[in-house]
Design a protein around this ligand. Structure first.
Ligand code: SF4
Length: 485
């Protein structure tokens, strides 16, 4: 057995899926006897979970690796650095380890890898720097201990039990909110997106397995579950092949009961589960049963994040998005017709190759019309390997910045208008953390951020009743309406 004082640190870049994946890495290492540290400079093992969406994100990874090596040199440590996530294409170790490894170990690890031979040293990341010891695709998280056993030349435990990445449950994150991955991969191939290449084909977990994980989290600590997947609308499509239209990448009938709705119904029955949310979904394959679930399952929060990306249909086509602006707007209008306070957030890209001023104006108009509760507006950044990278990045950085700033101004106004609708209301707020000067930060059921004054009786995970009194920047300010339970 290895020494139980081996410490690890996981650094996460990118989206909520990556954070959930990092929790799986935590689970695997902790169950192998390693201790988590909050200080990367003290860690024996550093794992970096990366994001490829923007070039800047990739640069930050190399910067972080250099920082770790520098800090380690000062303290005389030699941490093992592993990289996973979207920047990783293959699973393997730096050549120096492979040269010293016995053939039988190679054979053992290849067996664990199944058909995908991950006995590589030629992942582009390993070729770029000597500072990284190993890389693994996130789906190979279960084999991390085997790789560490070879690198550190001591037994990190048999990791055969971790063979299926999706079955590795997340660990409690210190809040009352549990992230549950229901699906990974994506078949949509939006032209700007690297995910289908990094995470591969879409794969869904069975309902029973997800429900069991959710029940366990709720029994132990969680009151909120966030379901994560690249496109939850198509969750379980392989189990309903007759109803799934493979060429249009959508359900054949708009009025079916989708597997995702069945999953929501099942989770809605879990006693003690107060809030369910999910991300992300796509407008092109959204069905009525999922929209209606928000009004038929009490625990399902009145909040939806789905990506518009552009207000111009011609641009959406070039992005290989399969919805039109009208499709998106109809869904948004329906949700808000049933609850005017229904919160909607979205993703927008400005400066996509060839974006004309008219196309940009269409997006600006859409943002005004939709009055989003929040939006992530990104300046287009070219990703090697995507279809869009062949189109040329022809909008200048300054013009992208100008367009971004126009949209941000629209967003600031819409967030303010939407938040003003909340002032004067009494809301249930789930405490999720603290902010500057010890204020408490929480979320309403429709996912609005609320700031509450310091109070020694509050704890993360509590649900309190608060009067919304005012705006506080992009968030709301509230005051406790009833004593702390
Ligand atoms: S739906 Fe499009 S943007 Fe979302 S993960 Fe799939 S390819 Fe990427």
């Amino acid at each position: 057995m290895h020494d139980h004082k081996t410490t690890f640190y996981v650094k996460t870049f990118g989206c909520q899926m990556n954070y959930a994946d990092s929790e799986k890495i935590h689970r695997v290492l902790m169950q192998s006897g390693c201790l988590k540290t909050l200080d990367p400079a003290q860690a024996d093992i550093v794992i970096i979970n990366t994001c490829s969406v923007r070039q800047k994100g990739e640069d930050r990874v190399f910067g972080f690796v250099r920082e770790i090596r520098k800090a380690a040199k000062k303290s005389g440590r030699t941490p093992v650095i592993g990289v996973t996530g979207c920047m990783t294409r293959k699973t393997g170790m730096a050549k120096r380890y492979l040269e010293n490894t016995q053939r039988d170990q190679v054979y053992a690890i290849s067996l664990l890898g199944g058909e995908g031979n991950f006995w590589n040293w030629d992942d582009p990341l390993l070729l770029r720097t000597d500072d990284i010891d190993f890389v693994f695709r996130i789906e190979e998280t279960g084999h991390v201990c085997k790789m560490l056993s070879i690198i550190l030349d001591r037994d990190f435990g048999n990791d055969e039990k971790w063979e299926e990445y999706l079955k590795i449950s997340q660990v409690a994150s210190g809040t009352a909110s549990s992230n549950v991955i229901i699906q990974t991969g994506c078949d949509n191939y939006c032209s700007f997106c690297i995910v289908p290449y990094t995470r591969g084909r879409e794969l869904s977990r069975p309902i029973a397995e997800i429900a069991e994980e959710a029940r366990k989290s709720v029994a132990e600590w969680a009151t909120e579950i966030t379901l994560l997947g690249q496109n939850v609308n198509s969750y379980g499509k392989l189990t309903r092949k007759k109803l799934w239209n493979e060429s249009a990448l959508t359900w054949d009938k708009a009025d079916i009961v989708t597997p995702f709705r069945e999953l929501l119904d099942e989770l809605g029955e879990i006693p003690g589960l107060d809030r369910i949310r999910f991300t992300s979904s796509n407008p092109h394959d959204m069905t009525a049963d999922i929209l209606n679930a928000h009004f038929e399952i009490p625990a399902l929060c009145h909040y939806l994040h789905f990506a518009l990306q552009s207000g111009s249909d011609a641009m959406l086509q070039r992005m290989n998005r399969k919805h039109t602006y009208a499709d998106f707007k109809a869904q948004l209008d329906y949700l808000r017709s049933r609850d005017p306070l229904f919160s909607i957030s979205t993703d927008i890209i400005v400066g996509f190759p060839g974006e004309t001023l008219e196309e940009f104006e269409a997006t600006a108009r859409a943002m005004r019309e939709c009055e989003f509760d929040f939006a992530y507006v990104a300046r287009y950044s070219e990703r090697n390997g995507t279809v869009a990278s062949k189109l040329g990045d022809d909008i200048s950085a300054s013009e992208k910045a100008r367009r971004w700033s126009v949209l941000n101004d629209i967003l600031r106004d819409s967030v303010r208008n939407r938040n003003l609708l909340m002032v004067g209301r009494r809301e249930e707020v789930m405490i999720s953390g603290t902010g500057p000067e010890g204020i408490w930060v929480g979320r309403t059921r429709n996912f609005k951020e609320v700031h509450l004054p310091r109070n020694p009786d509050l704890r993360i995970g509590m649900i309190v009743v608060a009067d919304i009194t005012d705006l506080d920047g992009w968030a709301l300010r509230g005051a406790l309406a009833t004593p702390v339970p």
